[in-house]
Design a protein. Structure first.
Length: 128
């Protein structure tokens, strides 16, 4: 009669039952499977256990949130760029009107303002 000896190494990870508090161990790979995919397992006393939110679901939720945040930021950026373009256009228009001597409030023409800009600030006329 031959005696067969088998030696194995198993990595175990501990859990604590949420119902009775008993500490028990399970193979590390099995615990990772339950944590990432969900599923029901039992403590030695027989209480059903499960992870409330599997890792896969947590990561999917975080990805959805990140995508939504990116979308929101993109729309904010587009709105800011539109406002910037509009403000530049408005500023350019106001400069042109001031350079030809128009009052920005009553739109009356003042020859002395136009003459002053043409003689003292010709570089401003080039910016148009």
């Amino acid at each position: 009669m031959a005696i067969l000896q088998v030696k194995t190494d198993v990595a175990l990870e501990t859990e604590e039952c949420c119902a009775c508090g008993v500490t028990f161990a399970m193979p590390a790979g099995l615990r990772r499977k339950f944590a990432s995919n969900g599923g029901t397992f039992y403590c030695p006393v027989g209480h059903a256990q499960h992870y409330t939110e599997p890792d896969v679901e947590v990561l999917k939720r975080k990805l959805r949130q990140a995508n939504q945040r990116a979308s929101d930021l993109e729309s904010q950026l587009n709105g800011a760029l539109d406002n910037l373009a509009e403000n530049k256009k408005e500023l350019r228009r106001a400069r042109r009107r001031a350079n030809v001597g128009l009052c920005p409030y009553c739109r009356r023409h003042f020859a002395n303002v136009e003459r002053h800009i043409h003689t003292k600030h010709p570089e401003e006329l080039a910016k148009q």
